[in-house]
Design a protein around this ligand. Structure first.
Ligand SMILES: Cc1ncc(COP(=O)(O)O)c(C=O)c1O
Length: 366
């Protein structure tokens, strides 16, 4: 009899499946409601910039029958101009998820070790497991920030990749300049350091490291950025790595021929022009984040400072079915359990969505 377990690779049959934030469409169907606020996946609640939308529509209208430009030349040139680097310092893929998969595919062998923090973005664990490599997660510090010195101590000659998420998803914490410099000095060049900076635009702290210039001195560093968060085009999938040319060229060998579709390339290019729109979104996020943090604290939650567009909220009580009750009220957040405590990760939405969130909490916690 056909047995799928016998033919699939064991690291796939035994691996974790990524569970994304619950989609609006699912909640509409399950609960028979509309007007849902999705505050679960840290997207831009105002959507894409108008310039990006127009560029994507025009690209689809005129050229959708043609294969996309394989190596994303225009986008790589534009990014190179922006950062004062060479187009060969940029590897672009189908979202950062695609970039992370390609990092695993290009570099990980079964005996390799991958080190990261235990409370972080799950894609690092998933690709490690899919490649059959060894995943080592270092406990976070008491304030949920990443224990860089613990990571440094765990590095061995078998370490192939150290993933850091800065700012970190789901905790919103950052790794400061000194800790980042310590990490780069400590990791040998037989291992890659991957700094996932999906939320870098939201950081205001002066202690946040400017990592891209490090690439000149540390060719084993990769910096990851995405168009899915502030840039508002998560649905069309564009993410990129900034790295030494030798890394980019090696990863291009592993890459699929056309991973970034035409509309995505056009939308990403146009997004980079629309600075006015994004600075408004940043202003809004900052003001609403502080407002929400104060209000959520009044419900008895503990809400740490966040350097991102989301808050990591310790409920200080069992979540029980609060998450489901919120879904029924049209609010999607992201539940987490860590150290036997329950948390919600809540994206900063529009003003209207945030007020709805607070009124739903007020109703359910009465
Ligand atoms: C830290 C981090 N890295 C990477 C990703 C994936 O981003 P993309 O949409 O570019 O695949 C996310 C998405 O939530 C994220 O939070």
């Amino acid at each position: 009899m056909f047995n799928i377990e016998k033919i699939a690779r064991p690291c796939i049959t035994q691996g974790h499946t990524y569970v994304p934030g619950k989609p609006i469409e699912e909640v509409e169907k399950e609960y028979g409601i509309t007007n849902i606020a999705k505050l679960a996946s840290n997207e831009n609640p105002f959507g894409a910039s108008k310039m990006a939308l127009e560029a994507m529509i025009e690209e689809m209208r005129t050229r959708i029958h043609l294969y996309p430009e394989s190596s994303c030349t225009l986008l790589r040139e534009k990014l190179a101009d922006l950062f004062g680097l060479n187009p060969w310092n940029f590897f672009i893929d189908n979202g950062l998820d695609g970039v992370i998969t390609m990092i695993g595919l290009t570099f990980l062998l079964p005996d390799d070790e991958v080190i990261t923090s235990d409370l972080t973005f799950p894609a690092y664990r998933n690709i490690t497991q899919k490649m059959g490599a060894k995943y080592i997660s270092i406990p976070s510090k008491d304030d949920f920030s990443c224990d860089i010195d613990g990571i440094i101590q765990a590095v061995t000659p078998n370490t192939k990749i150290v993933f850091i998420c800065n700012p970190n998803n789901p905790t919103g914490t950052i790794i400061g300049k000194d800790a980042f410099a310590r990490l780069m000095n400590a990791v040998p060049d037989t291992a890659l350091v991957v700094s996932d900076e999906a939320y870098f635009e939201f950081v205001q702290s002066t202690d946040y490291p400017d990592t891209i210039p490090y690439i000149a001195t540390y060719p084993n560093l990769m910096v990851l950025r995405t168009f899915s968060k502030l840039m508002g085009i998560a649905g069309i999938r564009v993410g990129y790595a900034v790295a030494d040319e030798s890394i980019v060229k090696m990863m291009m060998k592993a890459r699929e021929p056309f991973p970034v579709n035409r509309a995505a390339q056009a939308g990403a290019l146009a997004s980079l022009e629309d600075k006015a729109f994004f600075s408004k979104v940043l202003e809004h996020t900052k003001a609403e984040k502080e407002f929400l943090r104060e209000k959520l604290t009044q419900f008895g939650f503990s809400v740490a400072e966040s350097h991102t567009n989301f808050l990591f909220v310790r409920l200080n009580r069992p979540a029980e079915n609060l998450y489901e009750k919120m879904l029924a009220e049209g609010i999607i957040v992201r539940p987490f359990s860590y150290s036997e405590e329950d948390f919600f990760r809540i994206t900063i939405g529009t003003t209207e969505e945030n007020r709805k969130l607070l009124s739903v909490f007020a109703k359910l916690l009465r």
